[in-house]
Design a protein around this ligand. Sequence first.
Ligand code: GLN
Length: 560
Amino acid sequence: MNFPDSKQIVFILSGSPYNIAMSETKYIFTTGGVASSLGKGIISSSLAKLLIASGYRVAIQKLDPYINIDPGTLNPYEHGECFVTDDGAETDLDLGHYERFTNVRTSQANNVTTGRIYQAVIDKERRGDYLGETVQVIPHITDEIKYRIQLLGASGNYDFVITEIGGTVGDIESLPYIEAVRQMKWEMGSRCLVIHLTLVPYLASSGELKTKPTQHSVKMLLESGVQPDIIVCRTEKHLNQAIRNKIALFCNVNPLAVIESVDVETIYDVPMLMLDEKLDQVVLEKMQVVNSKPPDLKSWEDFLFKLKHPVGEVKIGLVGKYVELRDAYKSITESFIHAGAENQYKVQLKMIHSESVTDSTSDELLKDLDGILVAPGFGERGIEGKIIAIRYARENKIPFLGICLGMQCAVIEFGRNVLGYKNAHSTEMNAATPFPVIDIMEEQKKVNQKGGTMRLGSYPCTIKPGSKIWDVYKTAEIVERHRHRYEFNNAYLAEYEKAGMMAVGINEQNNLVEIIEFMDHPWFVAVQFHPEYKSTVASPHPLFVHFVKATMLYKKSQSE
Ligand code: GLN
């Protein structure tokens, strides 16, 4: 990076126990106004993608203003999918977008909640770190927030840290975060920049785009002492120059810093859109970064081409109990987009509510599918439907992928219907089952707190040579991410293998079954881990790529 002023800035946080020697990392904040769900995560990810494509090192983090320590204890109705990182952090689903767009791994440091901030401050207060002081929102909470923002930068690994502030400007719970941004802007000058994402609604009755909500939300930000540098306007119609000038004038920004983010066909178009709008150039100029290379987006364009020009289509059923929620299986649905593009095939997902699958509905619901995926999950609801869907896939030789609870259900189904284990179950759903084919992991038996205590994050798995899954990974040692408490009960393994359901991936440290394969079937694979967390545009997950290939072959075989 070529910055005009390369002198190291030593920044001491006022009155706090921290003293961070800053490198030249630059800090970009994204705030949201007018409405939630405008896509701050996608704008942040797209900007990161452009900067990375110009050769910079970029991290993105999300600050969430709610009081839970992490989203691991929230159900999908509240918060969509919980995304799990390599280091076992249960995080906001936006971190999934960050990884999928940038191919840069995230960690606990990339997602911080108000709960975590307060917990850290209260722990320090009890330890005596602030002896004699009154502990207050300013400076103690804001210092902790600033510390968390600068933690990634202090690693020296990043030229830019993009911090997305969750919620909408004006929310009471966002105030300490906005105050921390104000302080950092004041202290660091051009090393900090604020991008404010707002909505410019179109009023069909008057045939006009309206800028007033944007003006009001910028005013609200100004009341907190923060002048945004760039306004990104989410809109369903193009902004003309007059609208851009009006927003610029009322919000004190250059017209070139009014960026249009018009609705697009796929979120993966947004980096190209931001390139056209020169978001990256405006950012670099404002942060006084000179001599940047133009972004190299060749492989991204190749991906978009294959995504938009499929040579065929397959239909895959996703069986889960939260299918009515768009974000509940986000990483899975995105993994299918990556895997579809990799095969230059369109994957049409049929979302099937597991409670709707019964012996009498299964044929109607599942007969037109080229593949079936049974989703992860917790608890009793919808379990029997998942088991019926798996039986249908197994008996009709439809390609099948089971993930986490989906693998556990495949084991239960096989136990009940092939091995004749009447009422076989997981002890999660039925503690008194005569055949506990899925049982609680030994180390989980002593766990009595729910938050952050599952088997979380990356663990190794060894793949048996000669298995079908070997052709997928083409290596013996893999590492995948986990989020579970229950496991395959090894007391039954010999019986399963005799009947053709093989354990082909094992965690050798604790002898845990990680992957099963059913031999008498063209493609029946189930995994205890979550491959969906590791699929990115640059590196589509091989399990999804091969599953989609299997569905393509199945479809072909059906038409012959
Ligand atoms: N409920 C199961 C367990 O805890 C599966 C979890 C999941 O699907 N993520 O083991």
